[in-house]
Design a binder for this molecule. Structure first.
Ligand code: KG4
Ligand code: ZN
Length: 339
């Protein structure tokens, strides 16, 4: 059978991206246009500004992805687009572009769940080793998933409040660091030690759910206390203390999820998997526990359309298509797409 060639389109947040992937694994192009600089002065993503920028860029980015891949529209088997979750206005731009292309060419349209995309970023490096557990940690999500085969996702745990990346961004803001805060805290923590005592939310024994809002409040309290006592806060140590508190919980719960499901393989995905301490300590821990760990390179950890094209390929092979009534779903549930 001919390997399907899939165009992926991703506009769920502040990256406008298009990519072409062959056979679900082979990356032919992955064009990502980040809006980070644009949102930096607001200290976070401004949805309306993001939508406007997506409108300006989307057609150029799609053209660039096709050009770089040396693939014509006629050669495409499917157009995969992020249906949700994400910012509704931002999602709509990618979806409208995908629908217009599909309508004009007759190429089938495939809706993709953004989190499924993050997991499939791994598939572009090495085929997904089923059965597996995946930890998806991004600005909007913190989820532990179990996958027995392609397109089947069982949620084992999720965050009850802030996502891990969101906690990094909020704490960075409290520390006076620019947006996005994750890479800034990562950089500062390299030269710090986790000397400040911050809480870890384990929740009830054995729970695979997460909570990061208490940690954020603890940082606020700590900063207020230090200020009232006229003591100086060491930014490096605070970054390291906060990062260690997040990483400890992420690692422990992931290992628990692997043990509970009896699988051999753990996958890391999402923007926060670019974090140095998380990558290093999880790698060491998995080696000790005889668990194989897969982490995509940093450029595939953050939002990109190649991961959407990869996940979309298996939706396409399963015959999971959308018609031109396809709409953005900012709260798209993962199990809604599992038959
Ligand atoms: O996956 P992603 O690009 O977008 C979402 O789907 O949310 O993730 C972005 C998040 C941001 O919160 C950012 O601060 C965080 O990933 N991030 C990091 C690092 N690089 C990006 N967090 C911690 N350490 C990093 N090195
Ligand atoms: Zn994402």
């Amino acid at each position: 059978m001919k390997k399907p060639i899939v165009l992926g389109i991703e506009t769920s947040c502040d990256e406008t991206s298009a990519a072409v992937v062959s056979g679900g694994t082979h990356l032919l192009s992955n064009v990502v246009s980040s809006q980070v600089k644009l949102h930096q002065r607001f200290g976070g993503v401004v949805p309306e500004v993001a939508s406007r920028k997506h409108v300006e860029r989307i057609t150029w980015i799609i053209q660039e992805a096709l050009d770089q891949a040396k693939v014509s529209l006629k050669e495409l088997d499917a157009i995969a687009v992020t249906k949700g979750p994400g910012l509704v206005g931002a999602l709509l731009i990618g979806i409208s572009a995908a629908k217009a292309l599909s309508f004009a060419t007759g190429i089938p349209l495939v809706p993709v769940h953004h989190i499924a995309g993050h997991v499939y970023a791994n598939h572009l490096i090495k085929p997904l080793p089923f059965p597996l557990v995946a930890l998806v940690v991004s600005g909007g999500h913190t989820e532990l998933l179990f996958m027995e085969k392609h397109n089947r996702f069982e949620r084992l745990g999720k965050t009850m409040d802030d996502a891990a990346g969101e906690a990094f961004d909020k704490v960075a803001r409290l520390m006076g660091l620019p947006y996005p805060g994750g890479p800034e805290i990562d950089r500062l923590a390299k030269k710090g030690e986790p000397i400040y005592d911050l809480p870890r939310a384990w929740l009830e024994p054995g729970s695979l759910h997460f909570s990061f809002s208490g940690l954020k409040s603890a940082v606020i309290q700590f900063l207020q206390q230090m200020k009232s006592q006229k003591k100086e806060v060491d930014q490096h140590h605070l970054a390291s203390s906060f990062q260690t508190a997040v990483v400890d919980v992420l690692i422990e719960k992931s290992i628990n999820a692997v043990r509970k499901t009896g699988v051999q393989h753990l996958l890391l995905a999402g923007g926060v998997s670019a974090n140095r301490q998380l990558r290093q300590q999880l790698t060491e821990r998995c080696r000790k526990e005889n668990i194989t760990l897969q982490i995509p390179p940093p450029e595939l950890c953050t939002d990109n359309a190649a991961m959407i094209a990869a996940a979309g390929t298996y939706q396409y092979l399963d015959g999971h298509f959308a018609d031109l009534t396809l709409n953005a779903d900012p709260n798209y549930e993962m199990n809604q797409r599992v038959e």
